[in-house]
Design a protein around this ligand. Structure first.
Ligand code: SAH
Length: 391
């Protein structure tokens, strides 16, 4: 790596980097030596010129995303070393099994690689950069993926067109693979299309929560809102649900839901897949469902949008609480990073007050072990969920 500059921190502002927090905020910076461009590698030193790490430079509130907390400059082996560590953790925690062949290999800061996401769909890695630095290093990272995963990897697809402010092509950086591809999750099959689908193609982060839905679905009439490609729907049917209605505003996602139901051997009659706005759909469905899943997209992508987003969560949850049958169960989620667990909980409480029903909290849900959170970077916890029992 060529180091293009040095960022010197203000006196007393080196605590967080020493504690392995990967973000250097502009307010903590005394001076910048050299003239680094967006995405360049820079060194970070404290006021007494001791080097504390290296990372990607970017103009903005977060000025450096630290990738290496070492006093020695990183070399080309950095990415393969990090990927090997990440892969070992997934193997040690048994994410990979005979029944599950797809998982998140790199979860940004949680894996010491801020700005990088890699989802592995059996033999295809889908890479997404959220920083210019990771974008610049994409070929190095693709080569490190090939080295780490060996002959089990057939292709690396790079998909950052919608996550970067610079021009970026969605393309294969290594090999090629046909879409849609059938993956296996807890023995259930799903079609994944990383080229045309949302995000990297599939929401791997709901794997364990889907399983819990399956465990509670026996004989129930289920409504899966914001269903995307029917992840929760397939598990509900697997768990013996009497009927599942799946709703999404994307026609393409609804079409794939239908295919996924059939792919898993279920009668299409047991699932009705509907293209609709969730808020419209549930209005007149009072007393129809025993189990409702609310898994909306991130209503708030940044802090400024948080207030409006909270109103969205409040209204959605209040509506579901109003219409669900007595003795019903609601799985409710928020994947907005800027909405923390407490704020989400308080909002759902406010929905409960509005709905005027007696409600118990059965489970607090989160993201699975292939979406790890660094202890020093709590911001990495983004998925929050509650399982509620409505009397
Ligand atoms: N639960 C899904 C992931 C949900 S992602 C899974 O397990 O895979 C959020 C989904 O909400 C997307 O598919 C998006 O198309 C859909 N969506 C966004 N706004 C919507 C709305 N107002 N009504 C219904 N669906 C919506």
């Amino acid at each position: 790596m060529t180091i293009q500059g040095t960022v010197t921190l203000k006196q007393g502002r080196d605590h967080s980097i020493k504690r392995f927090h990967p973000w250097i905020f502009s307010g903590g910076i005394e001076s910048i030596q050299g003239s680094p461009k967006e995405g360049d590698w820079v060194a970070v030193q404290n006021a007494s010129k001791k080097i504390l790490g290296y990372g990607h430079y970017q103009k903005g509130t977060i000025t450096v995303r630290v990738v290496s907390f070492s006093s020695e400059a990183p070399n080309e082996n950095l990415y393969s070393a990090k990927l090997k560590t990440a892969f070992r953790q997934r193997k040690e925690t048994r994410v990979l099994s005979t029944y599950t062949n797809s998982f998140r290999l790199v979860h940004g800061e949680g894996d010491g690689l801020p700005g990088l996401i890699v989802d592995l769909y059996q033999n295809v890695a889908v890479m997404q950069a959220h920083s210019i630095g990771m974008h610049n290093d994409r070929q190095l990272i693709a080569a490190a993926l090939v080295e780490t995963l060996g002959s089990t990897l057939d292709a690396v697809y790079y998909k950052s067109q919608s996550t970067l402010t610079v021009d970026s092509q969605n393309e294969y950086l290594y090999g090629m693979a046909a879409v849609p591809h059938t993956i296996l999750e807890h023995g259930n099959k799903f079609l994944v299309d990383w080229e045309e689908g949302q995000k990297t193609g599939f929401f791997l982060d709901q794997r364990e929560n889907r399983r819990l839905v399956g465990e509670m679905a026996q004989s129930k009439k289920v409504l899966n809102t914001f269903c995307y490609t029917g992840g929760f729907s397939v598990y509900a049917l697997q768990g013996g649900a009497e009927q599942v209605d799946s709703v999404d505003s994307s026609e393409r996602a609804v079409e794939t839901t239908r295919k996924n139901i059939v792919l898993n051997g279920f009668d299409a009659i047991k699932n009705e897949s509907i293209t609709a706005d969730t808020f419209d759909f549930i209005k007149d469905k009072k007393g129809v469902y025993d189990l409702i899943i609310l898994d909306p997209p991130a209503f708030a992508k940044h802090k400024e949008a948080r207030h409006q987003a909270m109103k969205g969560y409040q209204r959605l949850n209040a509506e579901a609480m109003r219409i669900i049958k007595p003795g019903g169960i609601i799985f409710t989620f928020s994947c907005s990073q800027v909405v923390d667990r407490q704020l989400f909980y308080d909002t759902v409480v406010s929905s409960a007050i509005q709905a005027g029903r007696i409600i118990k909290v059965l489970h607090h849900l989160s993201q699975p072990s292939d979406h790890p959170v660094s202890m020093f970077h709590p911001e990495g916890e983004y998925l929050k969920g509650l399982v509620l029992f409505i009397e």
